[in-house]
Write a protein that binds this ligand. Structure first.
Ligand code: HEM
Length: 435
């Protein structure tokens, strides 16, 4: 049903538009984001968001605005729009690379480009695979497991801990905080949640500050020790900037890949013939990862701030607006993808650069790492647990912007040992699967 279009002279977000732009509520966007995007995308290039700003829906606009100098990183405009004006959360936006522009952005990002370069990440694959194998070995004989908690969360957490030199024993602590803080990048929080988000951001910041202080007193042969020394000795980055980059890497390096890792398995198990194809032919794995990231992305958008009025397909994005470039909508754009609402690992119409990792100067620094983790994680499951299946309902990703959320994803590994136990318990002969 067509929504009632709101037009009001006192609302700066609608007053200047040639055709009124609807203002969408968080509730309707959260209830069915794909449905909402599918409805509006052919009708208008963007919609307004009740929490402020605009959601840009079409692939060509999203791609263009990622690189357009008239749409810069938001600096502190996004937290301010959401009512966050100080504290540890605000510091993350003020001092981190994700929201910085120009030379400030380059200074903050460049110390990491070598560590995360695709060439070097390739060398990590055997370690990532060994982590995945060890995890599968730890639960494959159990009945039902939550794949998020016992697998897809732990692969990126252990890998980023290894890369940055964070103690493995700290994983439960820093991942809990990272998942909490990452909620700030979605619209799925209200003013009542801000104290909790601030507390988690404060704890994460203190945790990283303590680690950096320890490395100052007793430097080791790890990334954090080298980074701290280089960043401080070059007097290039302030102590707060040093902390903020590590915090952003912890958040970026854990939550997005945890969610994507679970969703790709869920989608394949839901489309059993595609799961079986992947199990038969591991060469399909990179395609499966790419398609799952398109179909149900773990990161739904990138935020920018317009520097001037920007004309877009007959409408005008006003200057000074926070715009949410919805890659989630763009990746179902029927102008780009044939049958966009069909999950198909064999599709050949993916753009060369995957939109889920953003674009322009802020394109994800962890793309190669994320792909290595997702591909290796999937390969290990396909190789060892071809009988894997969902035991509960298909998990749903929540969220329409920023990092999306997943709850649990229960699976059974269906290993021979389990099957034997089941058979021993008296299943009828006709149901025997090991014959
Ligand atoms: C499936 C997994 C991932 C997805 C979908 C994803 C998505 C994104 C997107 C869309 C951006 C750009 C945001 C913008 O344009 O404003 C981004 C930036 C970033 N990502 Fe990722 N990411 C993933 C994995 C990772 C990993 C594993 C790391 C850790 C190394 C990471 C660290 C970062 C950082 C630090 C930035 C900021 C880069 C900058 O501003 O220059 N991400 N990511």
């Amino acid at each position: 049903m067509e929504r009632q279009v709101r037009r009001s002279d006192d609302d700066p977000r609608t007053a200047e538009q040639p055709d009124a732009i609807p203002i969408l509520s968080v509730a309707e966007l959260e209830a069915d984001p794909h449905g909402v995007f599918r409805h509006y995308r052919p009708r208008m290039p963007f919609v307004a968001h009740e929490a402020g700003g605009f959601l840009v829906l079409r692939s060509r606009n999203v791609e263009q605005l990622m690189r357009d100098p008239r749409a810069r990183a938001t600096e502190t405009a996004y937290p301010e729009m959401r009512g966050i004006h100080d504290g540890a959360l605000f510091d993350l936006f003020e001092h981190g690379m994700l929201t910085a522009n120009g030379t400030v952005h380059r200074r903050r990002r460049s110390p990491f480009t070598r560590t995360f370069a695709a060439r070097l990440i390739e060398d990590l694959r055997p370690r990532i695979r060994a982590t995945a194998e060890a995890l599968v070995g730890s639960w494959m004989d159990e009945g039902e497991v939550d794949l998020v908690e016992h697998y897809t969360a732990l692969i990126p957490a252990r890998t980023i801990a290894g890369l940055l030199g964070l103690p493995q024993a700290d994983i439960p602590h820093f991942t809990r905080l990272a998942y909490e803080v990452s909620r700030v990048l979605s619209f799925a929080f209200g003013p009542e949640d801000i104290p909790d988000l601030q507390a988690a951001a404060g704890e994460l910041k203190d945790y990283v500050a303590r680690l950096i202080e320890e490395r100052r007193r007793a430097p080791g042969d790890d990334f954090l020790s080298r980074y701290r020394a280089e960043a401080e000795e070059a007097s290039d980055l302030s102590p707060l900037e040093i902390i903020a980059q590590i915090v952003q890497l912890i958040i970026g390096g854990t939550d997005t890949t945890r969610v994507a890792g679970a969703m790709q398995v869920a989608l394949l198990l839901q489309h059993r013939e595609q799961w079986e194809a992947v199990c038969r032919d591991p060469a399909l794995i990179p395609r499966a990862v790419t398609e799952a990231l398109r179909f149900e992305p773990s990161a739904a958008s990138s935020a920018r701030l317009t520097q001037e009025d920007i004309a877009l397909d007959g409408h005008v994005l006003p200057a000074g607006a926070v715009i949410i470039l919805s890659t989630m909508s763009a990746m179902r754009d029927e102008q780009v993808y044939a049958r966009p609402d069909v999950f198909d690992i064999h599709r050949t119409d993916h753009p060369r650069l995957h939109p889920v990792f953003g674009g322009g100067a802020h394109r994800c620094i962890g793309e190669a790492l994320a792909r290595a983790e997702l591909e290796e994680g999937l390969a290990v499951l396909a190789r060892h647990l071809p009988q894997l299946r969902l035991t509960g309902a298909m998990p749903k990703l929540q969220g329409h912007s920023g990092i999306r959320r997943i709850d649990r994803m229960c699976v059974t590994s269906g290993t021979p040992r389990m099957l034997r136990a089941t058979l021993d318990a008296g299943w009828p002969q006709t149901m025997r699967l090991d014959k």
